[in-house]
Design a protein around this ligand. Structure first.
Ligand code: FAQ
Length: 325
């Protein structure tokens, strides 16, 4: 009798699992949002945690290259704008860590993995900011690439990530505008300022194209992520979209994009562009970029220095929790 009950339970579990999977697939197909309490495949959950964590880490590590220029901003206005932008990036990190928490992963766990080098952050933040013009180039190109990649994420199938992206994209588009305006001022300034702007664009252009990830043929996650409607477009599609947006903007800025192969292709209706150095990209991902070590060291140090704030916040919450109880 016991054996019959076990078989029945197994069959019931398999049927329940199949029903869950069918409901999940139907919801994704119907463009409905998957919410934290809904059933979801383990691999979908894991892939979201992987992507959202990397995204969150990118936002907070991405504060470092620009924060490098806060004390040396050329005017009070530029300083105030830059401080607000860097603070916005911290806020983006918070929204994203919160979105990851809805999937059952704590912020502490994700930060531990970042500090141990077990989770990635965007390759772009391993390059140095050598001059003031780099702040403008980051705003124009890095925030511009981020928006191109992230606007489609506002339609991600996972509700909390999609909703976080709506606010992030609004702020990123302001960031992109301020970078463009700052570069324009330099480009139209003295010959030295113009040269500084051009040099920054020369250094940030190719790493910005790498932000979209490896070519489609080498992208391990794209096919599955697109089937689940986490990603809506492939890495190469978004990269092409970004190039097409940037070329006229560079012309308006009076700056040149450092690619001799860049030209309009009438047949494709897109700009052709030269080959990307994927060896450099994979090398940066392995930890060998110009600033990988410095960025992680600084992040670990900031985390340690902030321990007292976390302890004080926890003590305050406990005290008020007791009072309420
Ligand atoms: N850097 O199979 P795929 C910002 C990894 S936020 C490092 O194509 P997927 C705002 C990838 O994770 C910038 N790693 O992967 C700001 C995977 O490794 P894994 C961040 C990269 O997920 C501005 C492996 O390569 N934005 O800039 C990179 O389908 C200014 C194979 O790749 C986001 O995170 C890379 N560039 O597509 C802040 C957006 N590319 O996980 C401060 C959300 C690929 O197996 C200042 N993320 N990898 O160990 C995404 O859209 C996707 O995750 C992609 C990669 C498109 C980045």
């Amino acid at each position: 009798m016991a054996a019959v009950t076990a078989v029945t339970t197994d069959t019931q579990e398999a049927e329940a699992q199949a029903a869950h999977e069918a409901a999940f697939d139907a919801a994704v197909a119907a463009e409905e949002r998957i919410e934290p309490r809904d059933w979801m495949p383990d691999a979908y959950r894991a892939s979201l945690v992987r992507q959202i964590a990397q995204h969150a880490h990118s936002e907070i590590i991405g504060m470092q290259p620009e924060a490098n220029w806060i004390t040396r901003a050329p005017t009070l206005r530029r300083k105030a704008i830059l401080m607000a932008k860097v603070q916005d990036e911290a806020g983006h990190g918070l929204y994203l860590y919160s979105a990851a928490e809805t999937l059952g992963t704590s912020r502490d766990e994700l930060l531990d993995k970042l500090h141990a080098g077990r989770q990635k952050y965007s390759s772009i933040f391993n390059y140095p900011t050598l001059t003031w013009a780099d702040v403008g180039a980051i705003g124009w190109l890095v925030d511009g690439a981020a928006i191109t990649n992230q606007v489609p994420l506002c339609r991600c199938s996972y509700g909390p990530y999609a909703r976080a992206m709506v606010r992030i994209c609004k702020e990123e588009s302001f960031h992109q505008r301020q970078g463009y305006e700052s570069l324009l001022a330099l480009s139209k300034g003295t010959p030295e300022q113009h040269a500084m702007a051009q040099d920054a664009v020369d250094r940030w252009w190719w790493p910005s194209l790498m932000m979209f990830g490896p070519p489609d043929g080498e992208s391990a996650h794209s096919a599955q992520s697109m089937a689940w409607k986490i990603k809506r477009h492939s890495n190469d599609e978004l990269r092409q979209r970004f190039v097409d947006i940037c070329v006229p903007q560079a012309q308006a800025l009076g700056l040149t994009l450092p690619d001799p192969d860049l030209r309009w292709n009438e047949e494709r209706g897109h700009y052709d562009f030269g080959p990307i150095d994927w060896t450099e990209f994979w090398d940066v991902l392995k930890g060998n970029g110009p600033c990988n070590e410095q960025r992680l060291d600084r992040r670990r140090q900031a985390h340690e220095e902030g321990a007292w704030v976390r302890e004080a916040a926890a003590a305050y919450a406990a005290k008020h929790g007791e009072a309420r109880a």
